[in-house]
Design a protein around this ligand. Structure first.
Ligand code: CAA
Length: 260
């Protein structure tokens, strides 16, 4: 598939997906969502990729939401299809056996905050703004915002954000536990690459199993979650990388993980 709305680069083991519609503040239209879905499918099949960075083109926006130009004429049923697809794409982020870092370089509104919430880690520029302003358009969040935001920041904070549509700045997002770190805008991509490199050096099957245990266990009771973890740790113990990691520790050297 040729991409016209996203840019995909691969540098060693780190893939970067950039939504590339800066004149529309990287708003997500159906075509962009299809391209993101295709790209995630391709990443899933590429065993050389160990970490993904997701960001937006330009200095102003990460993603300013779903594309209002595309949505203005949508019927309820058409929007339902768009939202269903959006949710499938963001679920694919969560099921991808590779971590995704959102590098939020500006406005992350509506679908932009929702997409970031489906990533494993969120780094923000100090210029970033988060929000779910859908209520101001007479609608409500449609890519999982009513579900993931309360789980992430708590009911009271999420309700206020969703009922008012107000944006929060990066410092507030950090205080809310919505982002991992905040950096000066000029340093954001360097920091995202440094974090991705650190993750890419770890045992990939271990990372895969840790992600599966975290995401599988977060919505279930503790005993069920612990069973997920037990399965995952058993699988991690069956890898060559387990032997390498423990042998390297005992031999006082850095491990060389192969993803096997
Ligand atoms: N969809 C389509 N176009 C958008 C857009 C969006 N979500 N956000 C910005 N744009 C366009 C603007 O219309 C403008 O286009 P023109 O140059 O043709 O006028 C261009 O991008 C630049 O934007 P602004 O001139 O508005 O820039 P600004 O600096 O004055 O304001 C902003 C920036 C505060 C982000 C403002 O653009 C804004 O409020 N955007 C809409 C945010 C929004 O409501 N997002 C939620 C969408 S609904 C959704 O996401 C549903 C869901 O759950 C999936």
């Amino acid at each position: 598939m040729d991409y016209s709305n996203i840019d995909f680069t691969l540098d060693d083991a780190i893939a970067t997906i950039t939504v590339d519609r800066p004149d529309r503040l990287n708003a997500l239209n159906p075509q962009t969502m299809q391209e993101i879905e295709h790209c995630i499918d391709a990443i899933r099949d590429d065993r050389s990729i160990r970490c993904v960075i997701f960001t937006g083109a330009g200095e102003k926006a990460f993603i300013a939401g779903a594309d209002i130009t595309a949505m203005v004429t949508m019927s309820g049923f058409e929007e339902k299809t768009f939202a269903y697809h959006g949710n499938q794409v963001l679920r694919a982020f969560e099921h991808l056996p590779i971590p995704i870092i959102a590098a939020v370089n500006g406005y992350a509104l509506g679908g932009g905050t929702e997409l970031a919430l489906a990533c494993d880690l969120i780094l923000a520029a100090d210029t970033a703004r988060f929000g779910l302003p859908e209520i101001k358009l007479g609608i409500i969040p449609g890519f999982g915002g009513t579900q993931r935001l309360p789980r992430r920041v708590g009911l009271l904070r999420a309700r206020e954000m969703i009922y008012t549509g107000d944006m929060i700045d990066a410092a507030t997002a950090y205080e809310f536990g919505l982002v991992n770190h905040v950096y000066p805008a000029a340093e954001l991509m360097g920091e995202a690459n440094a974090l991705a490199t650190k993750i890419a050096r770890q045992a990939p099957l271990g990372i895969q199993q840790a992600k599966a245990a975290i995401n599988g266990g977060i919505e279930v009771d503790l005993d069920t979650g612990l069973r997920f973890e037990t399965e995952a740790v058993g699988l991690a113990f069956s890898t060559d990388d387990k032997k390498e990691g423990m042998t390297a520790f005992l031999e006082k050297r850095e491990p060389q993980f192969q993803g096997k």
